[in-house]
Design a protein around this ligand. Sequence first.
Ligand SMILES: NC(=O)C1=CN([C@@H]2O[C@H](COP(=O)(O)OP(=O)(O)OC[C@H]3O[C@@H](n4cnc5c(N)ncnc54)[C@H](O)[C@@H]3O)[C@@H](O)[C@H]2O)C=CC1
Ligand SMILES: O=CC(=O)O
Length: 348
Amino acid sequence: MGKPRVLLLGEIEHAHKTWDALSSLAELVTPSSRSRPEFLEECRSGKFDGVLVAYRTFASVSITGMIDEELVQALPESLKFICNCGAGYDQVDVHACTARGIRVSNVPTAVDDATADVNMFLILGALRGFNTSMIALREGKWRGHPPPPLGHDPEGKVLGILGMGGIGRNLKKKAEAFGMRVIYHNRSKLSEELAGGADYVSFDDLLGTSDVISLNLPLNVKYFLVLSQKEANSKQKHTRHIISTREFEKMKKGVVVVNTARGAVIDEDALVKALDSGLVWSCGLDVYEEEPKVHPGLIANPHVMLVPHMGTWTVETQTAMEQWNIGNVRAVLEKGELNNVVPEQADM
Ligand SMILES: NC(=O)C1=CN([C@@H]2O[C@H](COP(=O)(O)OP(=O)(O)OC[C@H]3O[C@@H](n4cnc5c(N)ncnc54)[C@H](O)[C@@H]3O)[C@@H](O)[C@H]2O)C=CC1
Ligand SMILES: O=CC(=O)O
């Protein structure tokens, strides 16, 4: 028997040595396709037969498209593991993978600091209303004519975190350093140790009592419905558009909304309406429903702080993410299992 094969979907940008070291254990294979039809054809041609594990990046979606049912069926029979180089794995249909016996890993924790930093930057920028004057300054108009309304201090404001996992808990510490009081809502209450003094509230209470709402939960569409009876029984069956018109109407007038999770957890049309009506005072976004497209209503609104998905855009964090993901590939080659799997597969 020859060496096992590893398929690289996307690029290794930083951890070259760690990646290259895998070649003593496996044959490293890359696709030549530049589009999804070509990639499906390459899969079906048998070129990837014998591949045991695939390493994929967020950007590789531009070639393969989503790792959906069609693509999962086209992958070689030998493929048993997909290592997703990112915390969010909404590009991967975990249910289709599970049905085909494929285990999926992601990259938690390594992303926490850098993403929470961007999150805090957006909270401060949106609270202070910096965007209007930053635009005016570049147009030679100093703060703008008329000058913008005064902003707000973070000190004493209630920050409601929806989805207080790794990034949310990191954000909590940062926000507390700015004097904010943190409340959170998760599907279930955290241990005292993990909550670190943040009050657990219902979804509706979080909407109704927060001065700033931060979205830090994963995007999932249908997969939980099929995988988990507990989820299927719960009111929130998935997180797509978990914040829409009904939810904006429950928020305090003048609330600030910040999203570094995934664009589609917010209904962007509803957000634009809530901003235009003044219900939402300002917002800060790192992620968008149809990246790289940005809703024209968000671009047009000077109260919106926009960052083009740069949560983990640092040398240190990108390197750490690649190291983590390569660590998962190595674990498969050496022990036949991943170091971590996504939550949906944790009990399997
Ligand atoms: N902007 C960026 O560059 C980055 C964005 N992300 C996004 O942030 C998300 C969160 O990342 P992590 O904190 O690492 O994930 P995590 O898994 O540590 O935390 C997510 C939290 O959300 C909770 N949650 C899940 N469904 C929920 C629901 N329906 N209602 C309330 N809470 C719910 C989970 O229980 C968990 O506590 C990722 O899924 C990813 O989409 C992650 C890294 C960088
Ligand atoms: O968006 C980035 C991620 O790691 O998820």
